[in-house]
Design a protein around this ligand. Structure first.
Ligand code: PLP
Length: 283
């Protein structure tokens, strides 16, 4: 597999980054994951815009233009012959002597991109059966709107959910669901789609933005507000969205079946619309 590291395209075995990289030592970096369907990048623009925002929130600039980033994405997809899968991009503040203070202005950022092939990405078993989630307290920091590489807590949450026989965790703060470990969370009650409002408490999902747009265009009602575990368990449907899972139904929350305990019509319809529109708009 060919990967990109700081200007070079290399076989993955030959790619190197410094042990002093601040991404490694301080989780001082941000990332994006863009999915690939039929060899096309899905919502590249949205991911590039969020990358720029995440970097700016951490006093970093874009390492290169959006067009240059797109070029790297495309070259990796082509060289690695990715039909369905994803492109991972990470930008860190670079390598410097270990110090909590940021390194001097002009320190080169570290830019890494790689691909993962996932044949049949859009036809996952989880989409057909739905997933089961367990709730865990949301113990992450207060700036979840920045897509940093500090992913240990979500990783622990997912492991806690798996230990309970579930597929993923939904995180809870002050009695309300914030989001999944790597996805945004939704419920549907009496035809109304409810998902948490944007703010520093959640990642501003690129898939979330697209799905809410499609839902409104299809005259579905959307409410952006917090909801509780009990409200979710009593809902007609629940689902999650993310770049690599699109729209995936949630059929059980903490052992309680949601609705009929099977993927619901709203989630299924939104998944179809999202996949169809995204494939059309892919670049
Ligand atoms: N929330 C969290 C915590 C995430 O890590 C992710 C994706 O990785 C999402 C939501 C979904 O965001 P997107 O739709 O941009 O993939």
């Amino acid at each position: 597999r060919t990967v990109y590291v700081n200007g070079d395209y290399l076989p993955e075995e030959d790619a190197k980054i410094s042990v002093f990289d601040r991404g490694f030592l301080f989780a001082d970096g941000v990332y994006e994951v863009t999915s690939v369907l039929g060899g096309k990048l899905i919502d590249f623009e949205g991911h590039a815009v969020r990358l720029e925002r995440s970097l700016a929130e951490l006093d970093m600039g874009m390492p290169m233009t959006r067009d240059a980033l797109l070029e790297i994405h495309r070259r990796l997809v082509a060289e690695n012959r990715i039909e369905d899968g994803m492109v991972y991009l990470q930008v860190t503040r670079g390598a410097a002597d270990r110090d909590f203070a940021y390194p001097p202005e002009g320190t080169a950022q570290t830019v890494v991109l790689f691909t993962q092939s996932k044949p049949g990405l859009a036809d996952s078993p989880a989409a057909r059966t739905g997933i089961r989630v367990a709730t865990v307290p949301d113990l992450r920091w207060d700036r979840r709107d920045i897509k940093t590489v500090q992913l240990l807590y979500p990783s622990m949450g997912k492991m806690a959910a798996k230990a309970k026989g579930c597929d993923d965790a939904w995180m809870v703060e002050d009695g309300a669901i914030t989001e999944g470990t790597s996805n945004n969370a939704y419920i549907v009650k009496d035809g109304v789609i409810v998902t948490r409002q944007l703010g520093p408490e959640i990642l501003h999902g690129i898939t979330r933005a697209a799905v809410l747009r499609f839902a409104r265009e299809a005259q579905m009602k959307v409410e952006e507000r917090a909801f509780t575990i009990e409200e979710a368990q009593a809902a007609d449907e629940a689902f999650v969205t993310s770049a690599t899972t699109f729209v995936t139904p949630v059929v059980e929350i903490d052992g309680v079946a949601v609705g009929k305990g099977a993927p619901g019509p709203v989630a299924q319809r939104l998944r179809e619309i999202y996949l169809e529109e995204s494939r059309k708009a892919g670049i």
